[in-house]
Design a protein around this ligand. Structure first.
Ligand code: NAD
Length: 478
């Protein structure tokens, strides 16, 4: 018997959760349930996190959380509970199988069967944003080696466990050479440990276009948080409907399972919603807790129901469906099919279903880090970079020289173009004048000089080399 935490959520949440639990019970799932309240009511009671402290205790004790969609009220500083849960519980891996059920669910991609494994904790979703000048705001894209190693290893282990043939990595490392570059580099390193699984890398833009056009050429896709967020919704939609896909959020000790869609408030309380997304989430959960026999039984019954043409409004089509049903009737049809297998769709075999057992991340020995210079970011409302260089040059210390100014990453001094549009946010790059390494004290001296000359420094970034290799981007055009 496994104790799980359940939250019924908002909108269509309670309806789809009630029937999902009914199916789990009828199929013989060995679970005990602790129910907690999350979402709109909790938000509107004045708790901006959408969850009470004592509910965290329940989630952390049980470690397995089945969650219906919730409504995040617009504005008012309400934080997305989904993002908070993923980060608090270290749920680094988001797994979304996107499968088409041709010819029973209308799709342009009858052979689609892909699993998108999305990094879930970092990237632009670290949520570190600042306004720095009148005209410029910044969002930090944080990519870590442990973050990359964990998610990429997860993707290969998933492929191994479920007999998948290929893992494809999507990044934009032709542009973001440091951040996406690290993800790609770690992918290449880890791929070598799995010679039996094919691996490949695509630039995200053309890769996403290819996936939307010919998804059958992909198998497992591993990617960064933002790309994975967008890609997995597209994949679910083109497979047939966002209403059909479930997702698992997996961490080292806890896991959360859900439908990928939201709370569809306009459909709430009418027995209309398709419960399939949450049923799929629950099946992923059963595999995770080792109840793969029950998971298989439910999935085959669900496939048979879809194949029988018993469809909710969102996938109902006159020419392929036989019966238009509501949430409850659909679930009862699944229950009636428990023990049956689909005749035309491929029946599943989950004998290999279980939580993946991954090694813990091991920190590598530190590299030799040397400080080569510093970027001073300056708020200045002028427009002529040569004039700014004159002002900034006054701050030069004995150890550091101004070598370049960029605006939004484009080099504007020395030898910039008049045509380049400039904002009030300037990056002034200082490098060691003698070529030897500098110290933090040299940067403090530089900042002191800048302050003496009333230069409005809004932030600094140190320029390092790791093991002798410069580890910062050049200016565009440098
Ligand atoms: P949504 O997924 O709720 O709805 C998008 C469209 O799909 C709507 O037309 C809806 O009617 C339809 N739809 C969704 N699920 C369906 C189902 N099971 N059966 C039939 N039709 C279904 O997205 P939205 O409208 O952008 O968001 C509504 C609310 O949900 C927002 O408050 C949002 O913040 C929240 N949301 C929550 C989660 C989550 O809890 N994991 C995820 C996404 C959105």
């Amino acid at each position: 018997m496994t104790r799980i935490t359940v939250a019924k959520g908002d909108g269509i949440g309670p309806e789809i959760m009630d029937v999902t639990l009914e199916i789990l019970k009828a199929a013989g799932a060995e679970i005990e349930i602790d129910e907690i309240e999350v979402g709109e009511k909790v938000y509107l009671s004045g708790n901006t996190s959408g969850i009470a402290d004592k509910s965290w205790d329940t989630i952390r004790n049980n470690k397995v959380f089945l969650k219906a969609p919730i409504t995040t009220p617009q504005g008012g500083g309400y934080k997305s509970l989904n993002v908070t849960t993923r980060k608090f519980l270290g749920l680094y891996s988001n797994v979304r199988p996107c499968v088409s059920y041709d010819p029973f669910v209308s799709t342009k991609h009858p052979k689609m069967d892909i699993v998108i494994i999305r990094e879930n904790e970092e990237d632009l979703y670290a949520g570190i944003e600042h306004q720095q000048t009148d005209e410029v705001v910044q969002c930090l894209k944080i990519i870590s080696r442990p973050g990359c190693e964990k998610i990429i290893r997860y993707a290969f282990e998933y492929a191994k466990q479920y007999g998948r043939k290929k893992v494809t990595c999507f990044t934009k490392d032709n542009i973001m050479k440091q951040s996406d570059g690290l993800f790609h580099q770690v992918f290449d390193e880890i791929a070598k440990e799995y010679p039996e699984i094919e691996n490949e890398h695509w630039i995200i833009d053309i890769g996403a276009a290819k996936m939307a056009d010919t998804p059958e050429v992909f198998d497992v896709i591993v990617t960064l948080n933002l790309y994975g967020d967008v890609l997995s919704d597209i994949a679910a939609q083109i497979a047939g409907s966002v209403g059909l896909a479930g997702s698992a959020n997996i961490g080292e000790s806890c896991a959360m399972f859900e439908a990928i869609h939201g709370s569809a408030p306009r459909r709430a309380g009418q027995n209309l919603a398709n419960p399939s997304g949450l049923i799929q989430g629950a099946i992923l959960m059963l595999n995770h807790i080792g109840q793969n026999v029950v998971a298989e039984k439910i999935q085959n019954a669900w496939l048979k129901t879809i194949e029988d043409g018993i469809h909710t409004y969102d996938i109902f089509k006159d020419d392929i469906s036989t019966q238009k049903v509501g949430t409850k009737e659909f679930a009862h049809a699944v229950i009636a099919n428990l023990g049956n297998k689909p005749a035309k769709l491929n029946a599943v075999n989950y004998s290999n279903g279980a939580a993946l057992n991954l090694p813990k991340y091991v920190r590598k020995a530190a590299a030799e880090k040397t400080l080569l210079g510093v970027d001073l970011f300056v708020h200045w409302s002028g427009s002529n970079p040569d004039e700014l260089a004159g002002i900034i040059n006054q701050a030069n210390s004995k150890k550091l020289d101004l070598t370049m100014i960029t605006n939004r990453g484009i080099k504007v001094w020395p030898a910039g173009f008049e045509e380049t549009f400039c904002t009030d946010h300037w990056r002034c790059r200082f490098k060691s004048s003698s070529g030897i390494n500098i110290s933090n004290q040299d940067i403090i001296d530089l900042l002191q000089n800048a302050n003496n000359h009333k230069i409005d420094v809004i932030k600094t970034e140190n320029l390092y080399a790791f093991d002798g290799k410069p580890a910062f981007s050049l200016g565009q055009g440098q």
